[in-house]
Design a protein around this ligand. Structure first.
Ligand code: NAG
Ligand code: NAG
Ligand code: NAG
Ligand code: NAG
Ligand code: NAG
Ligand code: NAG
Ligand code: NAG
Ligand code: NAG
Ligand code: NAG
Ligand code: NAG
Ligand code: NAG
Length: 373
């Protein structure tokens, strides 16, 4: 009776937890061509309820929106890529300001990745980035020049400056300025631009970008997300990582993310068929069985099998005929004592274990040979 109650209690606990941490079956999984990956979701019951930052929207034009920015990718590894609009200030030939936009974004519990760069483009330009978050820092850069200089895509002075950024901020504002209203450079550079961009996703072209930034309105920016504010050690078994996944502390220092175990792929926050599933290494070309060895998929791993009369050489995962002269002979005798001789197929559990065993075998073989000689 006591036992029965105990079981019932466990069952109730387990089932409520499951419902709490999982999106409902009717949740929309795509917005335009972007997949909406849990813990993100676009309606109640579809995003992780523990943090309203995961409540995002799919607007009428089928764009996924987070914090006013279009989402281009949600990665289960704890990154969200958004398109962030440039900031600018423009002048006419007399030096009157004709337009200015200073962009800002509030990121909820998401934070700025250190993969982003802050870039300013212009020949009469300085720009600031103001943030809230770790340290509430401000940074910026300046660039002046008297004519467009040839560049090879790199942003290293002569119309373009950049600075790298620490991770951790959850608010930012980008403000470009001009030293003297662009009057001296108006003919080839009427505006100052400033924006954030993922490192490597912007190549500066002085001939085109000083004129109008090639009319590029927005640039990809990487944000970090995590579950809660606490570490895996702190939350223990209360984490929301589902089957075949592990908890991993977020790189940004607060919260954790879930990762599929090695050999599994999928969304580690889900317990259904979209959760971490075994990767079939044999059919997806991820195995490294070579020569005449054949691949066999197992849960989380793969095996390299050899035909009867052959042994697997773990150095290159290929099959070698048993009972070759000398050295191989010794090895085989030793193997016979550690593995089931009756079993004709010699199987190698995934690599490392097997490789260790072979090293051991080789050492032992050499030792015993030394003694014999
Ligand atoms: C998604 O759609 C946008 C335009 O709506 C397009 O630029 C982009 O290449 C598409 N991405 C994929 C992966 O199809
Ligand atoms: C989720 O976001 C939408 C749109 O921003 C908002 O209308 C809704 O109230 C939010 N839901 C919750 C539970 O905060
Ligand atoms: C532009 O600048 C000139 C000279 O500085 C000034 O007289 C004029 O009023 C300005 N025009 C506008 C629209 O601000
Ligand atoms: C533009 O800057 C120049 C140099 O600083 C200044 O003489 C001029 O008055 C400015 N023009 C306007 C419209 O502010
Ligand atoms: C951040 O997450 C906490 C829970 O970890 C939540 O209570 C809070 O509302 C979130 N803040 C925002 C701005 O979404
Ligand atoms: C950063 O600024 C915000 C207000 O903008 C303030 O609430 C917060 O305490 C500041 N953080 C630090 C570390 O100074
Ligand atoms: C461009 O030039 C800079 C210096 O002139 C150099 O450091 C950089 O490697 C070059 N990049 C490419 C892609 O050629
Ligand atoms: C920038 O230039 C590099 C090297 O030429 C190229 O591989 C890369 O695709 C370019 N990136 C963009 C966003 O144009
Ligand atoms: C693996 O190593 C064995 C022993 O040196 C050799 O006979 C065989 O050709 C190698 N196989 C492959 C696929 O490289
Ligand atoms: C396994 O193959 C490697 C070459 O790929 C070879 O150097 C090594 O001696 C072989 N091991 C055994 C035990 O035959
Ligand atoms: C085969 O691939 C695994 C990773 O899946 C690796 O650890 C192992 O060293 C590789 N073995 C060989 C012989 O290349």
């Amino acid at each position: 009776m006591v036992h029965g109650l105990f079981l019932l209690a466990i069952f109730i606990l387990a089932s409520t937890k499951l419902v709490m941490g999982q999106p409902s079956l009717t949740c929309q999984t795509k917005c335009g061509n972007v997949s909406i990956e849990y813990p993100f979701g676009i309606s109640t019951g579809c995003y992780y309820a523990g943090d309203p930052s995961f409540n995002i929207t799919c607007d009428p034009s089928n764009k996924l929106i987070f914090g006013g920015n279009e989402v281009i990718n949600i990665s289960p590894s704890g990154e969200l890529r958004v398109l962030n609009t440039r900031s600018y200030v423009c002048y006419d030939r007399r030096g009157n300001e004709t337009g200015r936009i200073n962009r800002w974004s509030s990121l909820g519990n998401l934070t700025f990745s250190d993969k982003n760069r802050f870039i300013a483009v212009g020949c009469n330009t300085y720009a600031f980035l103001n943030t809230d978050g770790v340290g509430n820092y401000s940074t910026g850069c300046m660039s002046t020049c008297t004519s467009p200089r040839e560049t090879n895509g790199s942003c290293t002075g002569g119309g373009c400056c950049q600075t790298s950024l620490p991770r951790g901020s959850h608010y930012f504002m980008v403000s470009p300025y001009s030293f003297s209203n662009h009057t001296s450079v108006y003919s080839f550079n009427p505006c100052s631009y400033a924006f954030l961009v993922e490192d490597g996703k912007y190549n500066f072209s002085s001939s085109e970008d000083l004129m109008n930034l090639r009319n590029i309105e927005s640039f990809p920016v990487v944000l970090d997300w995590a579950i809660g504010q606490d570490s895996c050690e702190y939350v223990g078994s209360e984490n929301i990582c589902r089957g075949n996944s592990i908890c991993s502390n977020s790189v940004r220092g607060t919260g954790y993310i879930c990762k599929c175990k090695e050999g599994f792929d999928g969304n580690p926050y889900l317990s259904d068929e979209n959760g971490c599933q075994d990767i079939n290494e044999c059919t997806t070309g991820r195995h490294n069985c070579s020569g005449s060895s054949t691949c066999e998929n197992t849960v989380g791993h793969f095996l390299c099998n050899c035909p009867s009369g052959y042994n697997l050489n773990a150095t290159n995962n290929s099959c070698m005929r048993k009972g070759r002269p000398e050295y191989y002979g010794w090895t085989q005798i030793f193997l016979g004592t550690t593995e089931n001789e009756a079993q004709e197929k010699h199987r190698a559990p995934k690599t490392l274990l097997r490789a260790k065993r072979w090293r051991h075998v080789e050492a032992a073989t050499l030792r015993s040979r030394d003694i014999k000689c």
